[in-house]
Structures are given as structure tokens and as C-alpha cells.
Design a binder for this molecule. Structure first.
Ligand code: UDP
Length: 245
């Protein structure tokens, strides 16, 4: 039996090899970072909660015909995934103005966008993950024109599926970040995770701008009750999933 080898340690996850070269093991950590790792901390129980939420959401997307890297969740904080070559892009989908969109455009927080906005950021810590134009993305050869259109289409489909599901959870999906990978036969599939670390989620029944926050903004902005908010998202996801079966 080959010993698992640590391939990569990121801010929230560790990737290990497995006996099968086409399968990797992801370990979800409780560590939390924000503002390009300038702010660091821990959210107790986050690893398990995010692994559970991501498992449910990948399952939901797969069932709707979206290919993902998800294979199995063999332990509470562990996910087996297909080994892919991650595209150095963060694909952000926005339904409601928040975060950097408001800071960079002056749009008020909470403004509902007429149509969802799909944006591409360069996944590069040294450069601070800058927003890309289509021409810059092509200039840097981060994807081909055809791949870019596929990413946009998949991101929009994922948004439709997730928005509807979260609505059934009583949660507004404000915005989220996706990462995609290439399989050995060059197929683009959804990778990384979808969780309160990577989405903005607002409680539908709360109007208070801080009280409604159920995602990593509670950590970023020191709003308190971070663990409770993450737990609440998981509980609602599980309850909604159960009611649908
Ligand atoms: N996001 C993420 N990782 C990043 C940057 C953004 O998961 O490195 C998510 C973030 O949680 C939010 C969405 O992408 O749901 C849009 O983030 P934004 O561009 O507004 O940046 P922020 O305000 O979080 O810096």
C-alpha cells in the first residue's frame, strides 16, 4: 500500500494523494483566512460543516447534469475527488451587489442585479487575485475562447440550480466563487468547494444587514456567531434535501 503524500496545503484544505493516481483526498480544515490571508483564525467545526455542505451541493449539481470532481465523503472532514488540473481562475457569479462589486463600482449593497453577473478573477495570491477582462484572460492564455464560453454557461447553470435550492432553504444566494478543473481528456468539471466560505448567503427572514449574514463575512467583518451561522446553513441544507427525497 502506498502512503498518502501531502500534495498541497491551501488556506482551508489539504490535498493528499491516494493509491489511485486519478483520485485525490481533500481534508477540510477549521482554519479561516480573509483579505488574502492578512486575517487568520479558526472557525470551530468548519471543516466538517463545509465538507458536508459541499457534498450535498455537489450531489445536487451532479443530479442536475453538472459534472463535478466529487466522488465520495469517506469521513466527516474528508472528500475523495477526481484529480484535475485546476484552471487558475476564480469564476464569481453575482445575483445581488455586495463585497468588491460595491467597493469598485459604487453600487449599493443589496441591489438586485437585473441579470446575474459572471466575472473572472486571476487566481494569483501574489497579484491579489485581480479582476480580469476577457481580453486579458485570453492574452494570458488562462483559457481558450471556447473554454471561456463553457465556463460562463456552466456558471450560469450552477447559479440557477443553487439559487432555487437555497431559496427553498430560506436563504438568498447573493454571490459565490467557483473553480474548475480539466480532466485528462480535457473536459471542464467543477472542482474546489461550495460552502459558506465561498458564497454570500443571507437569511431570507432577516432584514438587519448584519443579522442576515450566514457566511464568511461574519468572520471577515467580526460579526460574531460564525460557527452558529455555518451550522444553521448545514441544518437548512440537510432539511431541504430530506424534504425533496
Ligand atoms: N470569494 C472566495 N474566494 C476569494 C474571493 C472571493 O470564495 O478568494 C467569494 C466570496 O466569498 C464571495 C464572492 O466570491 O461570495 C465574491 O467576492 P468579492 O469579489 O465580493 O470579494 P470580497 O468582498 O469577498 O473580497
Amino acid at each position: 500500500m502506498s502512503v498518502p503524500e501531502k500534495l498541497y496545503e491551501g488556506k482551508a484544505k489539504i490535498l493528499y494523494t491516494t493509491e489511485n493516481p486519478s483520485i485525490l483526498l481533500t481534508h477540510f480544515k477549521d482554519d479561516a483566512t480573509a483579505f488574502n490571508a492578512q486575517k487568520k483564525g479558526q472557525i470551530i467545526g468548519k471543516g466538517e460543516i463545509n465538507c458536508a455542505i459541499a457534498t450535498e451541493l455537489f450531489g445536487l449539481l451532479e443530479a442536475a447534469g453538472i459534472p463535478t470532481h466529487f466522488i465520495d465523503r469517506p469521513a466527516p472532514k474528508e472528500m475523495l475527488v477526481k484529480s484535475v488540473k485546476i484552471l487558475p481562475l476564480e469564476v464569481v457569479v453575482r445575483n445581488i451587489a455586495a463585497g468588491s462589486l460595491c467597493q469598485q463600482t459604487g453600487l449599493p449593497v443589496g441591489k438586485v442585479l437585473k441579470t446575474p453577473l459572471v466575472e473572472f478573477y486571476f487566481k494569483n495570491d501574489e497579484l491579489g487575485d485581480p479582476l480580469l477582462t476577457r481580453d486579458r484572460l485570453l492574452l494570458l492564455e488562462l483559457a481558450t475562447t471556447e473554454q471561456l464560453e463553457q465556463l460562463r454557461t456552466q456558471a450560469q447553470q450552477i447559479n440557477q440550480i443553487l439559487t432555487k435550492f437555497f431559496q427553498e432553504c430560506g436563504i438568498i444566494l447573493v454571490d459565490f466563487k467557483l473553480e474548475f478543473g480539466l480532466t485528462p481528456n480535457q473536459q471542464i468539471i467543477l472542482a474546489d468547494e461550495i460552502s459558506p466560505d465561498t458564497c454570500r448567503l443571507w437569511n431570507q427572514s432577516e432584514t438587519d444587514p448584519d443579522g442576515r449574514v450566514m457566511d464568511k463575512d461574519r468572520f471577515r467583518r467580526d460579526l460574531g456567531n460564525v460557527e452558529d451561522a455555518y451550522k444553521q446553513v448545514l441544518e437548512r441544507v440537510m432539511a431541504t434535501k430530506k424534504s425533496q427525497n
